[in-house]
Design a protein around this ligand. Structure first.
Ligand SMILES: [Zn+2]
Length: 147
């Protein structure tokens, strides 16, 4: 988790810096990313990156960016663990589940969060229907017992 927080510092987003790290069963790091652009910089015609519009369209979330990095490297994610500094949104949760990541370690979902509360509700529900093991702040919670 410490590395995920270190990685989050590289995010160009001022309002929320998120980091995600994927590790293999032997704890070696497979991929890591902050919420970031898919390019070195924002095209000038887009304008200000930290404005809500540009951010929403141009920034990839840390969790998916790390999954995509693993894909670029050709590393399968079945059985791996992801550490992330923010509870995943629905799009990231789908990616986590479908990529085969086995365990997710992250802060608890803030269901009352003004912007992300509904996302967290649905993402957490997806997790319950998946075989991904959730560890929230060091507490083991197996939502699904079929594994
Ligand atoms: Zn996300």
């Amino acid at each position: 988790m410490k590395l995920a927080f270190e990685v989050s510092r590289s995010s160009p987003i001022i309002s929320r810096k998120v980091g995600a790290v994927i590790v293999a069963q032997d704890d070696s790091v497979i991929a890591s990313s902050a919420n970031s652009l898919p390019f070195p910089s924002l095209p000038t015609e887009v304008g200000e990156l930290n404005g809500d519009t540009a951010k929403a369209y141009w920034i990839e979330h840390a969790e998916r960016a790390a999954i995509f990095e693993a894909a670029r490297k050709g590393v399968p994610l079945a059985g791996t663990r992801m550490y992330t500094t923010f509870f995943p949104c629905t799009s990231c949760m789908r990616a986590i589940i479908q990529s085969g990541i086995a365990e997710l370690i992250c802060p608890p979902p803030e269901f009352n969060h003004e912007k992300w509360g509904q996302e967290f509700y649905h993402a957490e529900l997806m997790l319950r229907w998946s075989s991904v093991i959730l560890r929230v702040e060091g507490v083991d919670q197996r939502y699904h017992s079929s594994t």
